[in-house]
Every structure is written in structure tokens, then in C-alpha cells.
Ligand binder design. Sequence first.
Ligand SMILES: Cc1cc2nc3c(=O)[nH]c(=O)nc-3n(C[C@H](O)[C@H](O)[C@H](O)COP(=O)(O)O)c2cc1C
Length: 218
Amino acid sequence: MKVMAFNGSPRKKKWNTVTLLENALKGAASMGAETELIQLYDMKYSGCISCFTCKKLSRKKDGVCSVKDDLTSVLERVRNADALIIGTPVYYGAESAATRAFIERLCFPYSKYSIDSSLFPRNISTALIYTMNVNEEMVKMSAYDRHFEITRMSIEKTFGGCELLLSTDTLQYKDYDKYEHEMFDKDAKIKRHKEVFPLDCERAFELGSKIASKQIIG
Ligand SMILES: Cc1cc2nc3c(=O)[nH]c(=O)nc-3n(C[C@H](O)[C@H](O)[C@H](O)COP(=O)(O)O)c2cc1C
């Protein structure tokens, strides 16, 4: 069982998204999975360029993105993965730009304009982890949840069952006194990071172990 995780935050160490991904991978490893964490912000790549080479009737192979950049070898490895976990901070109500570009390149080559809608050869487990400043109530009020669900469904349609984990009201700054933060209650943020974020990490661990224990349907 090979589990690949993707960090869509430019903050690559110790911050919210990567910490949750590391916990998810620890959970997967506890079930015996081989794990890999890929930092999307270490790579140079674009989103889908709409060339439609992957949709050509004369294509030699299904599910191959013809764009050649740093994502090429990663997408090749995805073909042999048994589970994918994508983590992203919320930027303007959606995924970070690097995550969005990655998802386009990841899913579109396998998307098929027909009823059996995926060219990915197997059903694998997937998960999306979102971290964000807003609280749970605002997720609904600002309709973030609708966006998350659309992305979740796109991934599920392409690869197989996709779980969603939300970590809300996250810590944005280590020292709130050094940055603008009128909207945030600094003490409440620090308290939540101490008390609730560890529970989010536990949920991420459980998510990783659940994903790694799933039977792959061929
Ligand atoms: C460019 C930018 C845009 C953001 N937009 C939002 C937003 O629309 N909603 C929100 O709740 N948080 C927003 N945030 C906050 C991040 O989602 C939040 O701090 C996240 O947990 C950061 O993840 P990280 O610590 O892994 O980098 C934004 C942060 C940045 C840098």
C-alpha cells in the first residue's frame, strides 16, 4: 500500500496543513503503508493548459498529461499509488493556487466525457484536508462548504471515495503582535491552537489509518 500526500501550502514545515498531512501519513504508516509527502511549492508547474491532447481519439495511452514540467514524474507515480491525500490552506474561499493547478493536472487526463467517467484504472482511497482562518459557522455562511464539496466530488469521480477533513480557526501567525490582526482575537487563536488543533491532528491520524486499511477494489 503506497500513500502519497501533497502539501499545497507554501509554509512547508510545522504549519497547519503540513502538520495535518504528517499526522495522516503517520496514521497510514501505522497500518503498514509506505508513505511519501510531496511539497507542491518545491516544484515549478502550471495548471491544465487546455491542449486536449489527453482527449485525442488518436492518443497512445489513457490518463497521460502531455505537459512536461516538474509534475510529470509525480503524476507518473500517482498511477501506482493506492491512496492520495491532498492538503491545502484555504485562499479566498478555495484551494491555494498550487493545489488548484495540481488538481487540474491530476484529474483532467483521467476525465472522460461519458457515463463511466474515469480512465483511472482502479478505485483508490483519497482525502482532502483543508485548513482555514474562519470558524465552522463561517464555512457554511460563506458557502466554502459548497466549494469543498465540488472539489471532493471531482476527486471522488476520478479516483474513488474521497474523505474530507476541515481544520478551522487555525493559527495564522506565531506572534500576532507583529502583524495586522484586527479581525482576530489573538488569545482565542492561541488557546484554540493549543486545545483544538491537537484534536484535528488526531482526526488526521485516524483518517490516514482508515485510508491505508481500505481494500483496493480492482
Ligand atoms: C493569500 C491568503 C488567502 C487566504 N484566504 C483565506 C480565506 O479566504 N479564508 C480563510 O478562512 N482563510 C484564508 N487564509 C488563511 C489560511 O487559509 C490559514 O491561515 C491556513 O490555515 C494556512 O495554512 P498553513 O498554516 O498550512 O499555511 C488565507 C491566507 C493567505 C496567505
